[in-house]
Design a protein. Structure first.
Length: 266
């Protein structure tokens, strides 16, 4: 298992596949290598790129160091970029998309950035994420109740009905999610106040000076698409694209060609 050492000494486990320009893929909440759509995406892109996937800190085979700060995850991506030889293409999905924007904004060496559906809540088209959302996550984790943290995330963060989440407890994926439920508080920190039902701050990612592709799915809910469109307006060099028929659970066959074209074009 290859690893890189982040700035605070944390070991970050990664996988590499393919050949060509370096492209790093960043997971959203509850995902890690062997339990992520980015594994299939990496395979689909490996004929044109050297694709890096990794376990975000606290997940899978990566280490974790307290106290958590978003800056540490940015440093993790910077360590991977150095391992990959310098400037990279950088892609993220969901809260991983928000992390990618933060990394690029704060100076990680990137050539291009692409994100899929960062879950910003910028208006009243859905119920805003409660102000005590992160505190609830941290309390559940501190009490040794990862299932309660997942429920809080799914109901208050994602907006799923509580009954649907109750049924999820019977699914094979539930134990895998419980193993990394403590990192939900990390994702909440990354999202910060960008799920509060207010417009995104002007110049929020003014430090991103490279070409950026921001994508949503044509069948995703209005609140999600509104947030993506609002983010596109805040990005200095953004191209906004919608994938017809796709939702937040985007299909690799629809996404991979779009990313390949974007990252391959000079």
């Amino acid at each position: 298992m290859p690893t890189v050492t982040s700035a605070d000494g944390t070991q970050i486990a990664y996988s590499r596949i393919g050949s060509g320009p370096a492209l790093v893929l960043v997971d959203g909440a509850l995902c890690y290598r062997t339990s992520t759509p980015n594994d299939d995406l990496a395979k689909a892109l490996s004929d044109r790129f050297t694709v890096y996937t990794f376990d975000r800190r606290g997940r899978g085979e990566s280490g974790d160091t307290s106290p958590y700060e978003v800056e540490r995850e940015i440093e993790d991506i910077a360590a991977l970029a150095k391992e990959a030889g310098g400037e990279i293409g950088l892609y993220g999905i969901s809260s991983g998309a928000a992390l990618v924007l933060e990394a690029a904004h704060h100076g990680v060496s990137v050539q291009k950035v692409a994100v899929y559906e960062p879950p910003f809540v910028v208006d009243s088209s859905r119920k805003r994420v409660p102000a005590d959302y992160q505190a609830k996550l941290e309390a559940a984790i501190a009490a040794g109740k990862p299932g309660d943290a997942i429920k809080t995330f799914m109901v208050e963060g994602v907006g799923l009905p509580a009954l649907m989440v109750l049924m999820m407890r019977l699914m094979p994926a539930w134990p895998r999610m419980k193993r990394v439920a403590h990192t939900l508080a990390y994702d909440a920190r990354i999202m910060d106040d960008n799920q509060a039902g207010r417009p995104l701050p002007e110049g929020r990612w003014s430090g991103i000076t490279v070409p950026t592709l921001i994508i949503d799915g044509g069948k995703s809910p209005a609140w999600m698409r509104n947030g993506v469109a609002a983010a596109a307006k805040q990005l200095p060099h953004a191209d906004y694209r919608t994938l017809p028929g796709q939702t937040h659970l985007v299909k690799t066959a629809a996404l991979a060609p779009v990313l390949a074209e974007f990252f391959a074009t000079n």
